[in-house]
Design a binder for this molecule. Structure first.
Ligand SMILES: [Zn+2]
Length: 427
């Protein structure tokens, strides 16, 4: 057995104890091609996929995982999460952050990434945290195996104007916040550059910039502009100097267009995008990362009197407009990624957005692509993520039945593997 394995390993790689796993897939979704293949075998060596195909020879001694009665997909990617912030379902006010130390926030958020991984999300782009750099610490804790969670690509902080959408607002003016709650504040192109240099130095993977006001921030108006075009250009230029991409939070139509023209990789929310904005996004290849499920949670929390009244006022009508603009963008053929703003809804229910994406105009395959091949492209990681191809990470999930017929099956993921390691396996 040992000899057979060694022969298989071949001359290129002399790792004698390389671990080989074979996954037998009844159906396998290929988001790159938009197809579903039958009776496939995925061969995994250590943490990467080595080969995929029908009738592949399974090396002797390989661990065999039989998913022949399931549909196998690449691990899902959520491009808009906030895993390192505490989410208390009884207290949805950002002031919650002022009632806890940074350490309490960090430890209390430990269950969030585990919940995410167990629902089939093996990668997230985490786009901002109130306690600056806690997300970097969480990413590293996962990578070091201290805690369980998806692979995280993190922003480090919110780059925001003072008093803006990503700031901690609403306190009396004589209250001074600790450094980490105002880390991302910047009020000129040069301050924006300075913040981004600092974040790059501290290990951020991407930059989150707030182009317009927000729904869930005191004193902020989602219809108002915050950063100027000059500041947005400075952000993209400086981030690109460090090889980082920028995602821009934007609700208002002008703020969306300013950010697209500045060259951001994605527009978050894109709530009030107009026809010109849709055309611009298409022209520039900008992704729209529209969190169209959230509205359910904001309104539910509102009914339970848990959401501050000014937030509900911001939110009124925006949910319906965002969904109809989502439909327009899908029809126009704009690039779309899967982002849920997880943290607004409880962690672990974000797969519910798939059904809403289908309801508002996507095919089930398009919805799956938004969370796999498109998301990988947005992250600039198509060589490692987004489909089950040789050389990519062995991030594999499976569901019972056919999610292309019933996309809600993605809410009940039965099998989760991240980098060749199994985290969940249900019949
Ligand atoms: Zn967000």
């Amino acid at each position: 057995m040992k000899t057979a394995l060694a022969v298989f390993v071949g001359l290129l790689c002399a790792v004698s104890q390389a671990q080989v796993t074979a996954v037998k897939a009844g159906r396998l979704v290929d988001p790159d091609a938009g197809t579903v293949l039958a009776d496939q075998i995925v061969l995994i060596r250590n943490n990467k996929i080595e080969a995929v195909g029908k009738g592949l020879t399974i090396p002797a001694g390989a661990t065999i995982i039989d998913l022949s009665n399931k549909t196998v997909l690449p691990g899902l990617i959520d491009c808009h999460t906030h895993l390192a912030d505490v989410r208390n379902e009884d207290d949805t006010d950002p002031f919650l952050n002022l009632k806890k130390t940074a350490a309490e926030t960090a430890f209390e958020s430990v269950p969030n990434p585990r919940r995410f991984l167990m629902t089939g999300f093996t990668t997230v782009r985490d786009v901002g945290v109130y306690r600056a750099l806690n997300d970097i610490a969480m990413r590293d804790a996962i990578n070091n195996g201290y805690i369980v969670g998806p692979r995280m690509y993190v922003a480090g902080a919110y780059v925001t104007i003072t008093g803006g959408a990503g700031a901690m607002t609403g306190m009396a003016p004589d209250i001074t916040l600790p450094w980490d709650l105002r880390y991302g504040e910047a009020n000129s192109p040069w301050e924006v550059r300075q913040r981004i240099r600092e974040l790059a130095h501290r290990g951020a993977d991407n930059i989150k910039i707030l182009s317009t006001g927000a729904v869930l921030t005191h004193g902020s108006n989602p219809k108002s502009l915050e950063f100027t075009p000059e500041e947005l250009h400075a952000a993209v230029d400086e981030a690109n100097n460090f090889g980082l991409r920028v995602e821009a939070h934007a609700h208002a139509a002008e703020g969306i267009k300013n950010a697209i023209r500045a060259g951001v990789a994605s527009i978050e929310h894109a709530t009030l995008i107009d026809d010109e904005g849709i055309a611009l996004a298409k022209e520039h290849g900008t992704y729209l990362d529209m969190d169209i499920y959230d509205e359910e949670c904001i309104q539910d929390a509102g009914k339970a009197h848990k959401t501050p009244a000014d937030f509900l006022e911001h939110d009124r009508d925006l949910g319906a407009i965002q969904r109809s603009n989502f439909t327009k963008a899908v029809r126009a053929g704009v690039k779309m990624s899967f982002g849920t703003d997880a943290g607004v809804c409880p962690h672990g229910v974000n797969a519910r957005q798939f059904a809403f994406m289908v309801k508002y105009g996507m095919t089930p395959m398009q919805a799956i692509q938004s969370a796999t091949s498109n998301a990988a492209d947005l992250l600039g990681k198509s060589d490692l993520l987004g489909s089950l191809k040789p050389g990519k990470y062995a991030d594999i999930i499976a569901v019972s039945g056919n999610p292309l017929e019933d996309v809600r099956l993605l809410e009940k993921v039965k099998f989760v593997m991240k980098e060749g390691k199994i985290y969940k396996q249900e019949p």
